[in-house]
Design a protein around this ligand. Structure first.
Ligand code: NDP
Length: 480
C-alpha cells in the first residue's frame, strides 16, 4: 500500500480530493512513489481567490521580511537537497547527482531573488513641464499563474515562483502531472518559510482542466508557462483573448558546431553532456551536431565510443550516467524518431535501443545518427530524448546557416580554439543563449534564460531580467 497525499494546497491548507493518480518511478514501474490527489476546476477559482486575498498582505510586508522568507526557502531546500534530489530522481528519472544538483540550483534561485527583493529601482526624470517631476516606479502584477513541465520539477518552478514573490506577487501554481511529489515538497517548504497563507497555492491536476482554467481565469494577471510549443501556443491565444500578460519558454532544436580546430576531447565531452545527460530531456539539449570535414571522422569515432560507454540504468543507482525516459510514451517517441531518421537516410551508429535492466523501466541507450541532413525530421523536430544527429558541414559559414535554419532559437554552441570563429558565431547565431566550448545545456541561475523564434514569447526569465515580467511600470507626474 503506497502513501496517498493531497495534491491541492489552497489558502495555506492541503485539501482532500475525490480522485488520485499514481506517481510511478520510471526506473522501476513496480515502484509507486505515491498516489496524489487531483484538483478540479473549482479549485482554480478557490486558489485564485486565496491568492488575491494574500496579495495585499504580502505587498504590505516589509522588504526585509519578504527577503527572509525567500532566504528561509533557500536554506531549507539546501538542507534537504539530498532527499529532495532522491525524490526527484525517483519520480522523474534524472540521475541522483543531476537531481541533487537541480535541488541546489533551486535553492540558489531563491537565494538570488531574496537579494533582488531589495533592488527594485525606479527612476526620477525631469518633466518637460517646468517644476514638475516624473517618477517611474515598478509595481507587482497581482496574481500570477505558473505552469511548469516535468523535466525540471524543482528548478523551473523556482525560477518562476521566486521572482513572483520577490517582486510582490501571489501565485497559483499548476505543476506537471508526472511530478507531483517534488511539487508537494516544494509547496510545503514555501509554506513553512512564513509567507502569508494563500500567497502560493498549488493545484495538481490535468493540463486541460487546471492549466486551461488558470490561463482563462480573469483573476490571473499574468501567466508564466514552460512546456511544449503546442500547449504554449494555446496559452498565448487564451491570454491574448483576455489581454493578460504572458511569458512562454518552449522547446529547442539546439545546434553544437564542432570546427576542425576544436580540442577534440573537449568537443566530445561537450557533445556527450549536451546531447545525452538528463536522458536528453532538456529543452537546451544538443540534438544537431554540425561537424566540419577535417575533424569529422575522428570526432564521430570518439563520440560513438563515448556514447557506447555511458552507463544506462536506475536513476538512483551509483554509477548511472543516463537514467530512463520519463515514461513509456516518451520512450516510444525516442525510438520512433530513431526509426524515422533511419528511414530518412541517416545511419544509426550506436545505441538507440530499448534495453532491460534488473527493474522494469523505460531505458534507452544514447543514440548517434550519422550522415544526417538539416532537412530531415530528426533535425527539425524536438525529440526530447538521448538522440544526436551528426550533420556534416563544409565550414563555419555553412554551420552558421544551418544553426539558424531552424524554427527554434533557444541555445547554440561552438567548439573551436579560434577566437575569431567563436566571436562570429556568438554574434550571428539566432538564439537566446550561446555556449563556447561548453555544453548547450547547463546554465547559471543568476543570468537571463530564454530563446528566440518558437522557443520563446515575452520577456526573459531569471537573473535581473525577471523583473520585466513580474512587475508593471507606473509613470507619475508630480508638480510640487
Ligand atoms: P507540455 O507542454 O505538455 O506541458 C507543460 C505544462 O502545461 C504541464 O504542466 C501541463 O500539464 C500543462 N498543460 C497541458 N495542457 C495545458 C493546457 N491546455 N492549458 C494549460 N496548461 C496545460 O510540456 P511537457 O511537460 O511535456 O514538457 C516538455 C516540454 O517542455 C518540451 O517541449 C521542452 O522543450 C519544454 N521545456 C522548455 C524549457 C524552456 O525553458 N525553454 C525548459 C524545459 C522544458 P500536464 O502535465 O497535466 O499535461
Amino acid at each position: 500500500m503506497t502513501e496517498s497525499r493531497a495534491g491541492v494546497f489552497i489558502g495555506g491548507e492541503w485539501l482532500a480530493t475525490d480522485t488520485f493518480v499514481a506517481n510511478v518511478n520510471p526506473s522501476d514501474t513496480s515502484d509507486v512513489v505515491g498516489h496524489f490527489g487531483v484538483g478540479q476546476a473549482h479549485h482554480v477559482d478557490d486558489a485564485v481567490a486565496a491568492a488575491t486575498r494574500a496579495a495585499g498582505e504580502w505587498r504590505a510586508t516589509p522588504l526585509e521580511a519578504r527577503a527572509m522568507c525567500l532566504h528561509a526557502i533557500a536554506d531549507e531546500v539546501t538542507r534537504r537537497a539530498e532527499s529532495l534530489g532522491d525524490l526527484l530522481a525517483r519520480e522523474e528519472g534524472k540521475t541522483l547527482p543531476e537531481a541533487i544538483g537541480e535541488a541546489r540550483r533551486a535553492a540558489s534561485i531563491f537565494r538570488f531573488f531574496a537579494g533582488e527583493v531589495m533592488r527594485v529601482h525606479g527612476e526620477i526624470i525631469d518633466s518637460t513641464r517646468p517644476g514638475a517631476d516624473v517618477l517611474v516606479t515598478r509595481e507587482p502584477l497581482g496574481v500570477v499563474g505558473v505552469i511548469t513541465p516535468w523535466n525540471f520539477p524543482l528548478a523551473i518552478p523556482a525560477w518562476k515562483i521566486a521572482p513572483a514573490l520577490a517582486y510582490g506577487n501571489s501565485v497559483v501554481w499548476k505543476p506537471a502531472s508526472l511530478v507531483p511529489a517534488s511539487a508537494a515538497e516544494l509547496t510545503s517548504i514555501i509554506h513553512e518559510s512564513g509567507v502569508p497563507a494563500g500567497l502560493v497555492n498549488m493545484v495538481f491536476g490535468s493540463g486541460s482542466t487546471i492549466g486551461q482554467g488558470l490561463v482563462e481565469h480573469a483573476g490571473v494577471a499574468g501567466v508564466s508557462f514552460t512546456g511544449s510549443v503546442g500547449v504554449g501556443t494555446g496559452v498565448a491565444t487564451a491570454t491574448a483573448q483576455r489581454l493578460a500578460r504572458v511569458q512562454l519558454e518552449m522547446g529547442g532544436k539546439n545546434a553544437l558546431v564542432v570546427l576542425d580546430d576544436a580540442d577534440i576531447d573537449r568537443a566530445v565531452d561537450v557533445a556527450v553532456q549536451g546531447s545525452f545527460y538528463s536522458t536528453g530531456q532538456r529543452c537546451t539539449a544538443s540534438s544537431r551536431l554540425l561537424v566540419t570535414p577535417g575533424i569529422h571522422e575522428e570526432f564521430v569515432d570518439k563520440l560513438v565510443a563515448a556514447a557506447d560507454g555511458l552507463v544506462v540504468g536506475d536513476a538512483r543507482a551509483p554509477g548511472t550516467q543516463i537514467g530512463p525516459a520519463v515514461n513509456a510514451e516518451q520512450l516510444e517517441q525516442d525510438l520512433s524518431y530513431i526509426r524515422i531518421g533511419q528511414d530518412e537516410g541517416s545511419e544509426l551508429l550506436v545505441g538507440g535501443v530499448a534495453v532491460e535492466r534488473s527493474t522494469p523501466g523505460h531505458f534507452i541507450t544514447p543514440a548517434v545518427l550519422g550522415s544526417a541532413s538539416n532537412e530531415m525530421r530528426i533535425s527539425r523536430e524536438e525529440i526530447f530524448g538521448p538522440v544526436a544527429a551528426v550533420i556534416p558541414v563544409a565550414d563555419l559559414d555553412e554551420a552558421i546557416a544551418i544553426t539558424n535554419d531552424c524554427d527554434f532559437g533557444l541555445t547554440a554552441g561552438i567548439c573551436t580554439t579560434s577566437l575569431a570563429a567563436a566571436t562570429r558565431f556568438r554574434r550571428e547565431a539566432e538564439v537566446g543563449m550561446v555556449m563556447v566550448n561548453l555544453p548547450t545545456a547547463g546554465v547559471d541561475a543568476h543570468v537571463p534564460f530564454g530563446g528566440r523564434k518558437s522557443s520563446n514569447l515575452g520577456p526573459r526569465e531569471q537573473g535581473r531580467s525577471a523583473i520585466e515580467f513580474y512587475t508593471q511600470l507606473k509613470t507619475a507626474y508630480v508638480m510640487p
